[in-house]
Design a protein around this ligand. Sequence first.
Ligand SMILES: [Zn+2]
Length: 135
Amino acid sequence: MDRYTIHPEIDQDSAPYWKSLSEHAAKMQKCEICGEFRFPPAPTCYHCGKAGGNWETISGKGKIYSWIVVHHPVDKRLAEEVPFIVALVKLREGSRVVGRLIGCNNDEIKAGLQVRAVYDDVDSELTLLNFEIDI
Ligand SMILES: [Zn+2]
């Protein structure tokens, strides 16, 4: 049985992102014109509006921008994992991404905390980008 009943819809724009997570080397789109990274994946740059861009491996490092503590599991199969932290991480590359913060107590978390990527191989088709404190 899968850990999660809901998988993200992987489309043409996001397929390279999900593939990079399965390889444990997260990539994001970088605009060829303005040089900004963008997330979520999209055919055009959020910053300058130009189409295209290259997929580049990111550092996986960033800082906690915000977070929530989940007490009620959205999926019943997460019932034994609550409470857990879902963090909004501002990556060194500038984009913000959401992921679970692993191995951190609720009273330890604070804005600006340094984190690094960890990869959660949910099943053969899905790897999620999560984070842990980067000491
Ligand atoms: Zn741009």
